[in-house]
Design a protein around this ligand. Structure first.
Ligand code: HEM
Length: 196
């Protein structure tokens, strides 16, 4: 619906018997992480830097809640409350949009300001213009390990699409459960045998 590459989606991923919100932390990236942390986190799951940068291009669609980037527009540092790497007009717009995010935590901003509903390589083109929304997005063109790939995908959408599709296929089989591990739930929001 939003465009972008096609890739094979394998069927039959089983659900586990343990489902706890406390097990999420450390397994998913967070907006306040530095590039080394991001690379280590993806690396621990078997993804190299190139794949990590390609997957991050998913931020070409969707949105983020203000709390994920509020520090960049309201209290970046004592000297500069606004992150100086942000495009100033973009920062002004975000400040207006997020003015009341404390009382209304649902307020959000598009991850890709330019083409929010189109899966393209605009995410990467935005970065050198100071239009990356999260600091982790901005860092993609700052860190020497990631910037080569971010610049490459900004220039060549076909390379991005190919890399994204391959990495998504790999992501889809990450940690799959085989044999007696896991089950196919009859209801997707419930274990088959509920222990009381
Ligand atoms: C590189 C490290 C990454 C970080 C730090 C990160 C962080 C975030 C954060 C904080 C949000 C906003 C969540 C919210 O406010 O509700 C978000 C949204 C999103 N992320 Fe990531 N993410 C990363 C990588 C990825 C990857 C690998 C994918 C998929 C392949 C992805 C896909 C998305 C999508 C589609 C959204 C929008 C969700 C929506 O509109 O509801 N992100 N990300």
């Amino acid at each position: 619906m939003v465009g972008g590459p096609f890739y094979q989606v394998r069927l039959g991923r089983k659900d586990g018997f343990l489902s706890k919100s406390t097990r999420v932390k450390g397994n998913v990236p967070e907006s306040n992480m530095g590039t080394s942390e991001i690379i280590a986190l993806f690396g621990a799951k078997g993804f190299n830097v190139q794949e990590t940068v390609a997957l991050s291009g998913a931020h070409t669609i969707g949105f983020s809640h203000c709390k994920e980037f509020a520090n960049r527009i309201f209290n970046y540092s004592k000297a500069t409350p606004v992150d100086p790497t942000l495009n100033p007009r973009f920062a002004d717009g975000l400040k207006m949009a997020c003015a009341n995010y404390g009382s209304n935590p649902t307020v959000s901003a598009f991850n890709d300001l330019m083409t929010p509903n189109k899966f393209d390589n605009m995410y990467y083109q935005n970065l050198p213009r100071g239009l990356g929304l999260l600091s982790t997005d901005r860092d993609m063109i700052v860190d020497s390990r990631t910037k080569y790939f971010a610049n490459l995908y900004a220039k060549n959408q076909t390379l991005f699409f190919d890399a994204f599709a391959r990495a998504m296929e790999k992501l889809s089989v990450l940690g799959i459960k085989m044999g007696r591990n896991g089950e196919i739930r009859r209801r997707c929001d419930q274990f088959n045998n509920i222990v009381t």
